[in-house]
Write a protein that binds this ligand. Structure first.
Ligand SMILES: Cc1cc2nc3c(=O)[nH]c(=O)nc-3n(C[C@H](O)[C@H](O)[C@H](O)COP(=O)(O)OP(=O)(O)OC[C@H]3O[C@@H](n4cnc5c(N)ncnc54)[C@H](O)[C@@H]3O)c2cc1C
Length: 428
């Protein structure tokens, strides 16, 4: 295959958005997309529903089956890129191919963490949960072994997504979380408490302040998790959901600078000429603190990919900063958290309203006259407006008293911002 004008490594949110970004500017330039997974592009958050049996394989697709052909993309699927040589403008794959490019995008996402010191993690029945194939393999194992008891190690977003699927399959699940509460990176204490109560009602046991020190097996298959508090939890399945790290190994030793992830500027350019990065692997400017952070969520990956694509084709699109935002359903209870979820510093103030019995909680964190974060549990109707106010750094001093009232809506926001939203230029 001859060199591509545009070479994209990855086939998920950032990569797909980049293809669209390129095509907005350059309808004809050759695009080659290379990815480790063999599947057509799919929506990663839906693996929960694939495992839980709520979505079939067709429902997983992120673009129609003929999409690559329609937009003019050559695909090399099932090939892992192992190194990048920015000087030679080439990448190398594990199966020995060398692919050339004029502009390169690295959109390889993250790699799940498997703790090296966890004895027994190689037993059958121990999985990570980040890909279509993981969901498929877990489902198959559950069916073949009649799994009834599971342990999920890690009570963060991916842990919760695993639990959701296991609950849907009627499997009794224990979550083991080292911190003193679940979702500590996403929620404040009150929201975590409501989530844990909700899970307990659905039969999920949440054990905080402890972790698995060893996975026990019999005949090569996992049969229990030994915890640091001395207890052993019997199980036939373990999902490791401790976290995901940006997959930077393919640029190790190259001119592409990394910190936690691949460092990018506001145009998604890396330190190496003609090399861009976007999505979970990229470390880009965060909106509220201004420092570069990896914010591993789907909308960030998509928006960064779109910017990278346009800029690879010669445009000058600019990243307006990443905002941490999580929208999670905890056993039918919708939740959204955005930005800073706990007041920090003297200039910060929290407004909140809680109805514990109704599982309803709303909190807004203000810094001076601006909203910097919010948590919604149960009622999430106004999360969109509040997120827009955070993103646009709107002065809310004139509507402060109304922010948590039931009649707060678009009509209540400062007129200038309302006009921008209604004319389509504001962020909703
Ligand atoms: C279970 C689960 C649930 C989630 N739920 C949500 C949610 O509700 N909301 C939300 O905002 N986010 C959610 N996320 C996070 C979201 O899926 C990611 O932020 C998003 O998919 C990142 O997109 P990406 O394009 O950066 O990378 P990824 O989606 O990680 O894709 C990486 C791509 O690169 C390919 N690749 C990787 N390494 C190589 C290599 N060396 N060579 C070639 N190809 C390679 C992979 O095959 C893949 O195509 C969830 C994630 C998981 C795992």
């Amino acid at each position: 295959m001859s060199d591509a004008k545009y070479l994209i490594i990855g086939n998920s949110a950032a990569a797909i958005a980049a293809v669209s970004g390129i095509r907005e500017v350059d309808p004809d330039g050759t695009i080659t997309l290379v990815a480790r997974e063999e599947h057509h592009t799919y929506s990663r958050p839906l693996i929960t529903y694939l495992l839980g049996g709520k979505v079939d394989e067709e429902g997983m697709l992120y673009r129609p089956a003929d999409w690559y052909e329609r937009v003019g993309v050559n695909t090399i699927l099932g090939a892992e890129v192992t190194s990048v040589d920015p000087q030679a403008h080439t990448v190398t794959t594990a199966d020995g191919r060398t692919l050339g490019y004029e502009k390169l995008l690295i959109a390889v996402g993250g790699t799940p963490i498997v703790p090296r010191d966890l004895q027994g993690a190689d037993a059958a029945g121990v999985f990570t949960f980040t890909t279509w194939d993981d969901a498929h393999a877990i489902r198959q194992y559950i069916e073949e072994h009649g799994v009834q008891l599971a342990v999920v190690i890690g009570g963060g977003l991916i842990g919760l997504k695993s639990v959701e699927a296991l609950v849907a399959l009627g499997i009794r699940t224990t979550v083991v979380e080292l911190a003193d509460r679940m979702l500590s990176a996403t929620f404040d204490e009150t929201a975590s408490r409501l989530a844990q109560k909700r899970l307990a009602e659905a039969g999920v046991e949440v054990r905080c302040g402890t972790t698995a020190t060893e996975l026990l097996s019999e005949d090569g298959s996992v049969v229990g998790a030994k915890l640091s508090d001395g207890d052993t939890v019997p199980c036939e399945l373990v999902i490791l959901a401790i976290g995901v790290l940006p997959a930077t190994d393919l640029v190790e030793g190259s001119a592409v600078a990394t910190d936690r992830g691949i460092l990018v500027d506001d145009g998604m350019r890396t330190s190496a000429e003609d090399v861009f990065a976007a999505g979970d692997v990229a470390q880009a400017r965060a909106l509220l603190c201004g420092t570069k952070r990896c914010i591993a969520i789907f909308p960030n990956a998509y928006r960064q990919g779109a910017i990278a694509g346009r800029n690879m084709a010669g445009a000058d699109a600019t990243w307006d900063g990443g905002l941490v935002m999580n929208s999670v359903t905890v056993v039918d209870m919708p939740t959204i958290s955005v930005g800073v979820t706990e007041a920090r510093g003297e200039d910060c103030e929290e407004l909140s309203e809680l109805d514990e019995d109704a599982y309803s909680y709303r909190k807004i964190v203000l810094e001076g006259d601006r909203i910097v974060g919010a948590v919604f549990v149960g009622e999430i109707d106004r999360a969109g407006i509040i997120t827009g106010l955070i993103r646009e750094r709107i002065d809310v001093s004139s509507v402060r008293e109304m922010l948590l009232t039931d009649d707060f809506g678009l009509i209540s926001v400062p007129a200038e911002y309302r006009r921008r939203v209604l004319s389509g230029t504001g962020v909703q």
